[in-house]
Design a protein around this ligand. Structure first.
Ligand code: F6P
Length: 368
């Protein structure tokens, strides 16, 4: 009997979702043309609400280079999975019951989940409830524990790097300080990579709380040394030393009450007063998640997809397909769920960046 496999993309989109699904599907169809693939629409919402499409091999052709996800996606908080499916039916099925019900009703052999951190908690829960789950690590943030690389990351770093590249000429023309805010949620992988690749002079990441005075000292020092401009790459989740000491609610309160919409603008407000040069901000935002996957991500997702399909064919479930020691392997979902892969303080990129004169906002700078 041909296999019946479900597929869904969950959480924020990123480059490489389509190419990853294509990898899974092509391998499965190559093994057995009769394989049935069910595509759930808008992530876990489709699984809960039985909103799905019966896919055909044609659906997976011509999508290698296409950004976004052909299935659509949505964010469904893990914390709400035990809540009623419909708010007005308190005694009705929970979201979790509904998802398990759909899987059973459709008599799936396996479900492939392409998701980030939050989605992996739900993937693990479904696996613990006995569903045959295989997951793939998608996110531009590269923050999924257990894999050396997530897909989407390299494509987004390329875009963030181009943004920094593009700022150089205008920063130089005007002799200004530019602050470029880079996505990455609570971790600094994207900013560290794009900052180094783009030649940023200051890199601010959540893992290294910064002192705004030290950042001002760094850019003023550069100006006094006749450097025409400075570029600061700041991660959207970066915090000052003071903010890093705050409780979550204190910090959220501060952010909510601030008229300044993001970290770049909050830093700019301080630097406006302290910098001897004019300051400007650039926030590329979701642009970093858009467009076609890079060659790296196309290759990575093809291999991850093929491995996911092979795991289904070999009935090896309950795993996320990722990279460990440069090899594509299955990592148990229970080890992945609920953990965050931050940039370790002893990461070679931090020390190499410091050795090339890049500031991280935690330095003591004299005569600034
Ligand atoms: O997790 C990917 C990501 O792009 C983060 O870098 C960012 O913080 C977040 O998603 C934005 O989420 P949303 O698309 O829901 O605005």
């Amino acid at each position: 009997m041909a296999l019946k496999v479900g597929m869904l993309t969950s959480g924020g989109d990123c480059q490489g979702l389509n190419s990853a699904m294509r990898g899974v599907a092509k391998r499965l169809y190559e093994y057995d043309k009769e394989t049935e693939i069910i595509g759930f629409l808008d992530g876990y919402a489709g699984l809960m609400l039985r909103n799905f499409r019966r896919m055909s091999a044609d659906d997976f052709s011509g999508i290698l280079t296409v950004g976004g996800t052909i299935l659509g996606t949505s964010r469904q908080s893990f914390k709400t999975m035990q809540d009623p499916l419909f708010a007005n039916q308190k005694d009705g099925p929970t979201k979790l019951d509904a998802m398990i019900g759909t899987y059973k009703e459709l008599d799936l052999d396996a479900l492939v989940i392409l998701g980030g951190n939050g989605s992996h908690k739900t993937a693990n829960l479904l696996s613990e409830k006995g569903l045959n789950i295989i997951s793939l690590p998608k996110t531009i943030d590269n923050d999924i524990w257990g894999t050396e690389m997530t897909f989407g990351f390299q494509s987004a770093v390329n875009i963030a790097t181009e943004v920094i590249d593009g700022i150089h000429s205008t920063a130089s023309s005007h002799g200004r300080v530019f602050i470029v805010e880079i996505m990455g949620h609570k971790v600094g992988w994207m900013t560290l990579h794009a900052g180094i690749a783009g030649g940023a002079d200051v890199i601010l990441i959540p893992e290294i709380p910064y002192d705004p005075m030290a950042v001002a000292a760094a850019v003023n020092k550069r100006a006094r040394e006749h450097k025409r401009f400075s570029i600061i790459a700041i991660a959207e989740g970066a915090k000052t030393k003071e903010e890093a000491k705050m409780s979550k609610s204190e910090y959220n309160g501060k952010i909510e009450n601030s008229p300044l919409i993001s970290v770049a603008y909050r830093l700019a407000a301080v630097l406006d007063k302290l910098s001897i040069q004019e300051v400007r901000c650039v926030v590329p935002g979701h642009f970093q998640r858009g467009g076609t996957p890079s060659a790296y991500d196309r290759v990575l997702t093809t291999s991850l997809g093929v491995e996911a399909a092979d795991m289904i064919l070999n009935k090896k479930y309950g795993k996320m397909v990722g990279i460990v020691n440069s090899k594509i392997v299955g990592i148990p979902l229970k080890e992945v769920a609920g953990k965050l892969k931050t940039v370790p303080m002893d990461h070679y990129l931090i020390s190499d960046a410091r050795k090339t004169g890049i500031y991280f906002g935690d330095e003591k700078i004299d005569n600034a």
